[in-house]
Unconditional design. Sequence first.
Length: 136
Amino acid sequence: MAIEAEVVDDRDVFDLSQLDLVRKLAGIGCNVSDICYLIGISRATFYRKLAANPALSEALEKGKAEAKSSLLTTLYKQATSGDFRALAFSLSVIHGVGSKLIDDHSNNLRSIEDIDDELAQIEERERCLTIGTRES
């Protein structure tokens, strides 16, 4: 998708390929400093161009929105597939659920892991007892 630039000063002009590059870089999560480094301009120049060029601002904002959307989609998929850490992060950061609740659930998960270990030990003992009974 091409973005047209409307600017007054020719020094502030970003051609369409540069605008697309800014959008793509912001879309993969690059911050302004990274974008400036990769396109070869200073942050001061970038911000001057940003103030004078609505198309540049639009490209940057679209890229940020794409990055956020991609991140949220991935996080949602992980959380709904049973990834507790993704779910905890989502609840904490996105939905504002306090860390106390998440810590409580984390402790419960550790105790479930402990229970799984205990069950495995019990099953091993039962297996040994069954073998010992057969030998008698």
